[in-house]
Design a protein around this ligand. Structure first.
Ligand SMILES: [Zn+2]
Length: 218
């Protein structure tokens, strides 16, 4: 037995593996059968849709942001549960199977938010999806100011104002020019944040910008 196995072994001896959502026993994976069924119910009927925003071609989305899907996101984002993050990345990568992109990149957090959380959920998702989908990842954007969470703003025009010009390009424009780019975020509400994140990419000559999210809220 290697040291790593010895260190890991007692966890399995003390407690049988449990679903990280509901606490039921689970044979394999972070989520039990009941929770998997609930996720199936939350699955969106289409893999992608054309949003009513000018800079994004298609939004690929897996689930409605509700019930188990919301728990999965919260466990990853606020409790740092990496198994949930990897589960999200796996489901998201499946959604873009057969679609062609040159670069995937994250919708960045503002620097102080990232420091506070200790990690960026969108950066990690981007890295894992890049590995699963075999699409190179590249950091292209920076969030240049703090923006309050979109979900807290009820009005669509307030959401648009909240994120207006909040993102800027951090690479030379020629690295984006003519490329098909996929933006990664965990959840979208109105698409306003995705639209603003896409703006500097479109301005730099991207051939198209689409987005991939785990869930759609609202
Ligand atoms: Zn469960």
């Amino acid at each position: 037995m290697r040291l790593k196995d010895i260190l890991n072994a007692p966890i399995n001896l003390i407690a049988p593996p449990t679903c990280q959502i509901c606490g039921n026993r689970v044979e394999d994976g972070p989520i039990c059968e009941d929770c998997t069924l609930e996720l199936a119910r939350l699955k969106l009927p289409i893999c992608c849709y054309r949003p009513l925003i000018e800079n994004i071609e298609l939004i690929f989305a897996v689930y409605r942001f509700d019930s188990v899907a919301a728990d999965v996101v919260h466990l990853f984002k606020y409790s740092g549960n990496m198994a949930m993050g990897k589960f999200m990345a796996k489901m998201m990568a499946k959604e873009i199977d057969g679609h062609d992109f040159d670069i995937i990149t994250d919708v960045p957090l503002f620097v102080s938010r990232r420091r506070e959380r200790g990690f960026s959920q969108t950066e990690l998702l981007t890295r894992w999806i890049s590995e699963l989908a075999g699409i190179p990842e590249r950091k292209l954007l920076r969030r240049n100011r703090y923006t309050p969470p979109q979900a807290r703003l009820k009005d669509h025009s307030m959401r648009i104002e909240n994120v207006r010009d909040a993102f800027e390009l951090i690479v030379p424009a020629y690295e984006v020019d003519g490329r098909k780019i996929l933006l990664i975020d965990d959840v979208t509400t109105s698409g306003a944040t995705l639209n603003e994140a896409a703006r500097p990419l479109v301005d730099a000559g991207a051939e198209l910008v689409s987005a991939l999210v785990f869930a759609v809220a609202g």
